[in-house]
Design a protein around this ligand. Structure first.
Ligand SMILES: CC(C)(COP(=O)(O)OP(=O)(O)OC[C@H]1O[C@@H](n2cnc3c(N)ncnc32)[C@H](O)[C@@H]1OP(=O)(O)O)[C@@H](O)C(=O)NCCC(=O)NCCS
Length: 134
């Protein structure tokens, strides 16, 4: 998981990347979860965290080392996660990503995900005493 956290920060950047603690918290966000990694040359090259609550599956986290992209690893891990969800009787699977994330959108689209009509907004409030703090 330590190596996975390093890949996560490399993949998502310092703002959105998870460290070991928050990555482990992600694994606890659903009733059950499954983490899988893939190695290349004896090193972790990517990982996926899949979750399940009730009969819905959630692709919670997917990241591939920037140096190992376009080798089919993202697809491999996603298919592995979908198979686990199918085997454990999920009836649908959700994932969210940025509208700008062309790589992820193409990957999920190629696997049969349909984009839902909702558009999510990411909001932030500064609680450290800024002018807009409540
Ligand atoms: C999205 C991500 C997981 C894809 O991993 P990957 O191992 O490079 O993807 P794959 O090699 O398995 O590619 C599978 C398909 O995804 C699409 N794809 C992947 N990278 C792409 C890119 N840069 N541009 C367009 N399509 C892309 C293609 O359809 C590709 O199939 P093809 O190679 O036959 O054309 C990887 O780019 C990543 O870690 N990005 C940062 C983190 C992230 O965005 N995670 C998912 C957010 S929910």
């Amino acid at each position: 998981m330590r190596d996975a956290a390093a890949i996560d920060v490399a993949a998502f950047g310092p703002l959105w990347g998870h460290d070991l603690r928050t990555l482990n918290a992600t694994r606890g966000a659903t009733a059950s979860s499954r983490t899988r990694g893939v190695r290349r040359d004896s090193r972790l090259a990517g990982f996926v965290i899949a979750g399940r609550t009730g009969r819905s599956g959630y692709l919670q986290r997917l990241a591939i080392d920037p140096e190992r992209r376009r080798e089919g690893l993202g697809r491999l891990l996603t298919v592995d996660a979908l198979r686990w969800m199918h085997r454990t009787r999920c009836i649908d699977v959700f994932v969210n990503t940025s509208e700008q994330n062309q790589a992820a959108l193409a990957l999920y689209g190629s696997l049969g995900f349909d984009q839902r009509p909702e558009r999510l907004t990411v909001a932030e409030i500064d609680l450290t005493g800024g002018a807009s703090a409540p």
